[in-house]
Write a protein that binds this ligand. Structure first.
Ligand code: C5P
Length: 223
């Protein structure tokens, strides 16, 4: 295919989603939020009443689920589960707390990876996730690994919660960040890690504008 791919990986709370969306707008690419797909799969599992520690049942539910990403017309994307727009319900704590378990199931990953590759065929895309540069698009033109200290990431999430009017306790958010990092980086299938040829960008002390400028510069020299 003639896809051009900008892969953006890294843990939660680095500003990855905001940066990826804005970068896609700036360089004229489509934006693919793979985390939203794993979240939609998790919602399907929860709605089916399946426990997060029953891999075979999880695999069966996700195999039957129809998960799609569609552009929202303003640079972002919406995710659909069996035709229903689930972009809001996939952001609840309930889903967030179970998504690492669901996304650790090999059959779930292989289905999502196949879908992600189809989405990118013959397109110019910014693809955001955990395993994009290592597994989904190992030949991506640009690979970026965004990182930041756990404290900086927890603080971002905490502020997001507060500004969205949600109750938030910093220590609890930090604990959640550490727990999800641990689960995502120690799973056997496609653990979270930078690709050997990824450019690592630490966003702890950078503004959104600074991160964007840096990434846009990388894209310009490589695509
Ligand atoms: O990016 P977001 O926080 O929405 O991702 C939610 C979860 O989905 C991650 O914590 C991870 O468990 C899983 N995920 C993944 N592979 C991806 C994207 C997300 O395993 N490419």
């Amino acid at each position: 295919t003639s896809s051009r791919v900008i892969a953006i990986d890294g843990p939660a709370g680095t500003g990855k989603s905001t940066v990826s969306k804005l970068l896609a707008q700036r360089v004229g690419a489509h934006y693919l939020d793979t985390g939203a797909m794993y979240r939609a799969a998790t919602l399907a599992v929860q709605r089916a009443g399946v426990s997060p520690d029953a891999p075979d049942s999880i695999a069966a539910v996700v195999d039957d689920a129809r998960i799609e990403l569609r552009a929202d017309g303003s640079g972002g994307s919406r995710v659909f589960l069996d035709g229903e727009d689930v972009s809001a319900p996939i952001r609840t704590d309930e889903v967030t707390n179970a998504v690492s378990a669901v996304s650790a199931v090999p059959a779930v990953r292989s289905k999502m990876v196949a879908l992600q590759r189809i989405h990118a065929v013959d397109d110019f895309v910014v693809v955001e996730g955990r395993d994009i540069g290592t597994v989904v698009f190992p030949d991506a033109q640009v690979k970026i690994y965004l990182t930041a200290t756990p404290e900086a990431r927890a603080l971002r999430r905490h502020r997001q919660n507060l500004s969205a009017g949600r109750d938030s306790d910093f220590e609890q958010v930090l604990e959640g960040v550490n727990r999800r990092d641990h689960l995502d980086s120690t799973r056997t299938v496609s653990p979270l890690r930078p690709a050997d040829d990824a450019v690592i960008v630490d966003t702890s002390d950078l503004s959104l504008e600074q991160v964007l400028d840096k990434l846009a510069g990388l894209v310009q020299t490589r695509t």
